[in-house]
Write a protein of this length. Structure first.
Length: 228
């Protein structure tokens, strides 16, 4: 496609490492096509080897970069380890939510104890939600759970067939029964949630029930009044 466009613009394409030839010549075209195909095959093969290597590290429960979850650290061998002071906070957050307390109550409880996150900011509803949803606190290592791009094109948030989920390869902070009960409560609250407009007190009956077919997120209803 590139050669075709350059020819339309009367621009001659020259390669320093190979002879391109005339794209209208059948033999030159076939030779170039095979060369490009072999090159792309090599790129995909290298990518696959890298992914296989990372997947092997994930099966061993090794830290693969980013930021370790609050309560967990990384030792010199790239294995997860528990940070006792932070782990105590994580256990308390799970226990409070397990006992039926709300996000607001938990945030106030953490505020009174002057507990902050890794970056020095106080924990909000989003940080609490992702903490409660993180399976690593139950000793479950999950890697490559979702696919976001295919061939550099965004495809939404879809389940990844190459997902790796291994139990017991990282130290658990929270008991598995508590973690599973917390997931059930989160799921129930998600389905039962009904958003109400604070200004007009509107109730949207389908809130929490309609999901995006691409990313799986819930639709949010909004109403406004035009004064024009």
């Amino acid at each position: 496609y590139f050669r075709k466009k350059m020819r339309e613009l009367n621009i001659n394409v020259v390669s320093c490492k190979q002879e391109l030839g005339d794209p209208l010549d059948p033999n030159d075209f076939l030779r170039e096509l095979i060369t490009v195909g072999l090159g792309h095959h090599s790129v995909l093969e290298t990518r696959q080897k890298v992914l296989d290597g990372v997947a092997a590290s994930a099966r061993d429960g090794l830290f693969l970069g980013g930021v370790a979850p609050y309560g967990l650290g990384v030792d010199a061998d790239q294995h997860y380890c528990i940070i006792p002071s932070e782990a105590a906070v994580v256990r308390q957050v799970f226990q409070l939510y397990y006992d039926g307390y709300s996000y607001n109550y938990i945030m106030e409880h953490l505020r009174i104890r002057d507990i902050v996150g890794r970056k020095g900011s106080r924990m909000n509803k989003n940080s609490l939600y992702y903490m409660l949803r993180n399976p690593r606190y139950a000793g479950i290592y999950v890697w490559n759970e979702y696919t976001y791009q295919v061939m550099r094109k965004y495809v939404g948030r879809k389940p990844n067939p190459r997902e790796i989920r291994v139990d017991g390869v990282i130290p658990a902070i929270v008991d598995l029964d508590v973690w599973q009960a917390v997931q059930e409560r989160l799921d129930n609250n998600k389905h039962q949630n009904r958003r109400v407009s604070p200004s007009k007190h509107r109730t949207f009956l389908l809130s929490g029930l309609i999901k995006c077919g691409i990313c799986g997120s819930n639709y949010i209803a909004h109403a406004s009044t035009s004064k024009g």
